[in-house]
Structure formats: structure tokens, C-alpha cells
Ligand binder design. Structure first.
Ligand SMILES: NC(=O)C1=CN([C@@H]2O[C@H](COP(=O)(O)OP(=O)(O)OC[C@H]3O[C@@H](n4cnc5c(N)ncnc54)[C@H](OP(=O)(O)O)[C@@H]3O)[C@@H](O)[C@H]2O)C=CC1
Ligand SMILES: Nc1nc2c(c(=O)[nH]1)N=C([C@H](O)[C@@H](O)CO)CN2
Length: 235
């Protein structure tokens, strides 16, 4: 009898990859999606983490992934919506940036949840949305991104109501977790100063919260903020 896997979208790097490996290490069956193939994918597949190529930018790509997943599995333990593109409003025509942000952060999670929720038929079942601190505050330079993460936060509330008591639905809303390689020192210093704790916590911070949510019997419809007290670091 195959163990129902945990699905993590966009988990071929950084936070998603850390969580996929850590959950697999704990003994969970894990399925990840990746958009761009790299040698790591072959290593992950060989280690027992099932890797499925998927681009969620358009509905056809979402449906293609759903069809592939349903051919391979009958049930799921959890769905972690991690896949994300972090575009500023200047990264092209604003209308196109808006459509792209809403597609990956709101429309794809909604369509995936609608299609895959019936597979969440284990005693414990979870959906976790990766949102963002700026969903609550807005962002002058990432308006479309922030709005799309706010939409995902609202979907968390709706799905928690719709899928209870079978499925818990929660969100993790990080501020800085891990910098990107291209972030320069000036950006890093400015960003670190935005929180009270002033650190770059790293991917483990998200995994600890994810593990806690998966083990919980009584948390649903909640947005768990991981932000070093940034909400109190007022001018
Ligand atoms: N890192 C941080 O400090 C913070 C992260 N977050 C959130 O946490 C989550 C993880 O962050 P992080 O690890 O930095 O994420 P990344 O920016 O590293 O992106 C994760 C993955 O998303 C995949 N992806 C992007 N667009 C698509 C698409 N159209 N279809 C399918 N997959 C796609 C990429 O796949 P590929 O590489 O294969 O193209 C990428 O590997 C995200 O939701 C992010 O918004 C929130 C606040 C802070
Ligand atoms: N998909 C992504 N979303 C976000 C990222 C990222 O690297 N990929 N990074 C951030 C920043 O860390 C921000 O929280 C602090 O500058 C936000 N979202």
C-alpha cells in the first residue's frame, strides 16, 4: 500500500526544496513540481522524491499537471502551494505582470485545490498556501505581487470553510526568509533592518512551521506570520 504523498509545488530550489528534503527525511512520501529541469531533478528522483514538470502560468499547464498526478496517485496527505514568481511592477507591462502574478499565486492554487481536494482523503489532510507579509501591508514596488498574495490569503479563509472538517487549510506568510544570490549588500542591510530581530532566518524557519501545521489537530483558517517582528518596526 503506497503512502499518500505530500505535494509541494515549485520545490526544486530554496524553501520548497528544503521542505521537500526535510519531509522526505521524516519519512513522508513527497512529490514536487519543477518548471525548469536541472541535474538536481535527477538526483531528487533517484532519492525517492517524485518530480513532475509543470508550468502553472496558464490553465492548460495546470490541467496537464492534474492529469499526470491523477494517473500516478489516488490520494494525497497534503498540498503545499509554494510555486511563485517574485516580479516587481516594473518587470514589464503592468497588465501582464498583474495577470502573471494572479495566475501563479491565486488562479493556479484555486484550480489545483478544486481538482485535488478529493484526493485529500487521509485521517489528517492539509493545504498550506505560501503567502507573504506584504499581503497585509501592500508594497509600493510589488503591487501586483502583493495583491496576488492577498488573494491567496483570502482563498485560505474560503477553502478552510469549504473543506472543514476533512481538510485543514492554512497559510504561512513570511517576510525575509532567504536572500537571492543577486541581492547586493546594500539591499541586504536595508532588508535586515526592516524587522525587529534583524536576521535572515533561512528555510528551516518555514519548515518548522509547516511541520507544526501538519501535526496540528486544531489549526485551520489561519495565516501564520514569520517576519521577525517586522509588523512592529514602525518609523
Ligand atoms: N524567499 C523569501 O525570503 C520569501 C519567500 N516567500 C514565499 O515563499 C515561497 C518560496 O519562496 P522561494 O523559495 O524564495 O521561491 P523561489 O522564488 O525560489 O520560487 C520557487 C519556485 O517557483 C517555481 N515557479 C515559478 N513560476 C512558476 C510557474 N509559472 N509554474 C510552476 N512553477 C513556477 C520556480 O520553478 P523553476 O525554478 O523550476 O522555474 C521556482 O523554483 C514563495 O511562494 C514565496 O513567494 C515569501 C516571502 C519571503
Ligand atoms: N517567489 C519569491 N517570492 C519572494 C521572494 C523570493 O525570493 N521568491 N523574496 C522575497 C523577499 O525576501 C522579501 O520578503 C524581502 O525582501 C519576497 N517574496
Amino acid at each position: 500500500m503506497h503512502q499518500a504523498p505530500i505535494l509541494i509545488t515549485g520545490a526544486a530550489q530554496r524553501i520548497g526544496l528544503y521542505c521537500a528534503k526535510a519531509l522526505h527525511q521524516l519519512g513522508y512520501a513527497v512529490v514536487i513540481t519543477y518548471r525548469r529541469h536541472r541535474p538536481l531533478i535527477d538526483e531528487l528522483q533517484a532519492s525517492g522524491i517524485d518530480c513532475i514538470q509543470a508550468d502553472f502560468a496558464h490553465s492548460q499547464g495546470v490541467q496537464s499537471f492534474i492529469d499526470t498526478l491523477k494517473q500516478r496517485y489516488q490520494s494525497l496527505r497534503a498540498i503545499i502551494h509554494n510555486a511563485s514568481d517574485w516580479h516587481s511592477d516594473q518587470d514589464g507591462e503592468l497588465a501582464e505582470v498583474f495577470d502573471a502574478m494572479m495566475a501563479i499565486h491565486a488562479k493556479a492554487p484555486l484550480l489545483l485545490n478544486q481538482a485535488l481536494a478529493p484526493m485529500l482523503n487521509e485521517d489528517k489532510a492539509d493545504i498550506v498556501h505560501m503567502t507573504d507579509f506584504v499581503a497585509q501591508t501592500g508594497s509600493a514596488k510589488h503591487m501586483a505581487y502583493a495583491a496576488s498574495k492577498a488573494a491567496l490569503e483570502n482563498l485560505t479563509l474560503s477553502l478552510a470553510r469549504k473543506l472543514a472538517p476533512k481538510v485543514k487549510v492554512n497559510a504561512i506568510a513570511p517576510a525575509l526568509i532567504c536572500f537571492n544570490d543577486w541581492d547586493d549588500d546594500a539591499y541586504r542591510q536595508k532588508t535586515l533592518q526592516k524587522s525587529l530581530l534583524g536576521i535572515e532566518p533561512g528555510e528551516q524557519e518555514v519548515f518548522n512551521t509547516l511541520d507544526w501545521l501538519l501535526c496540528s489537530d486544531y489549526v485551520t483558517g489561519r495565516i501564520i506570520h514569520l517576519d521577525g517582528g517586522r509588523h512592529l518596526n514602525l518609523p
